[in-house]
Write a protein that binds this ligand. Structure first.
Ligand code: R5P
Length: 282
């Protein structure tokens, strides 16, 4: 078995190679003057079980993944396992209106063409795994995030909506604290409404946990509501930190005490490593 790290997920690939005690394959890559991507596998992967690790966000990383899969296939790999720390387009997991693509399926179809197995982390909804025509599995970052939060004297874990309650419950069991959820209604891609729900947060340290922080709208509204209700400290944590646009500013203006994310998408808030969670699936 050997591991190839795409440019979006080099650190995860290195960590995974250490966890699984397997070798890391050398690759070289560059961009052509017109910005097209070039990659070459420098080690012999013939008849080997190859694991490719690459987050598919933003779009150029998706193209790189396709090229890596093809390079591994052309080089005679025995099997190809694709590890996608953050699987992009997963939120378009249904046709909300006529004429729309089923994006999560469209991408899954292409990845499945040369993958024997796909692994991803906290997909927005688990049913997107069925879109892959090859075997697909997910793992969760929640235990790793909870381990980090355990040192922060958290009194309560909150899900920003009912859909994320399972995650909050799992984290609260590891931390050994209370859990609850907020009432969220999504108005559009950038606007959410968080209904005040009377939670007992007076003087408590609260951590909100979600799969994704994108525009930060969900978290910012939740932080404001919690502070209004008397919370002492509010931590926000997520598996995938997209931090689109002014997200960071929104979170700090809302009074966020700390932002925590994993390294599925690398940022300065990637305080939790995801490789140990992925390694458990091998
Ligand atoms: C939605 O259901 C997800 O779980 C997240 O709550 C959402 O993607 C966060 O988006 P934003 O940061 O833009 O509010």
């Amino acid at each position: 078995m050997c591991i190839i790290g795409g440019t979006a997920s080099k650190t995860i690939a290195e960590d995974l190679a250490k966890e699984l005690k397997v070798s890391l394959v050398k690759t070289i890559s560059k961009r052509f003057p017109d910005n097209e991507f070039y990659v070459r596998i420098m080690d012999d992967v013939r008849k080997k079980d190859v694991i490719i690790v690459q987050t598919t966000y933003p779009d150029p990383n998706l193209v790189e993944l396709f090229l890596l899969q093809n390079a591994a296939e052309e080089s005679g790999a025995k099997t190809i396992t694709v590890v996608i720390p953050y699987y992009s387009y997963a939120r378009q997991d249904t046709k909300f209106q006529d004429g729309e693509p089923l994006s999560a399926k469209a991408i899954a179809n292409l990845i499945s063409l040369t993958a024997d197995k796909v692994i991803t982390v906290d997909p927005h909804k688990e049913h997107i795994l069925d879109f892959f025509s090859t075997s697909a599995q997910s793992c969760t970052a929640i235990p790793e995030i909870a381990k980090y939060l355990k040192n922060k004297k958290i009194d309560m874990i909150l899900a920003p909506d009912k859909g994320a309650l399972k995650r909050a419950k799992q984290a609260s069991q590891i931390i050994n604290c209370e859990f609850d959820h907020m009432e969220k209604t999504r108005i559009d891609g950038t606007t959410v409404e968080i209904k005040p729900k009377n939670l007992d947060v007076q003087n408590k340290n609260v951590a909100i946990i979600d799969d994704i922080i994108s525009t930060g709208g969900t978290m910012a509204k939740s932080i404001k509501e919690l502070k209004k209700q008397g919370a002492k400290k509010v931590y926000v944590s997520c598996t995938h930190g997209l931090f689109a646009g002014e997200a960071i500013k929104k979170l700090s203006t809302a009074g966020c005490d700390e932002i925590i994310s994993t390294d599925t998408i690398k940022s300065r808030f990637s305080k939790v490593k995801i490789a140990p969670a992925i390694a458990k699936l091998f």
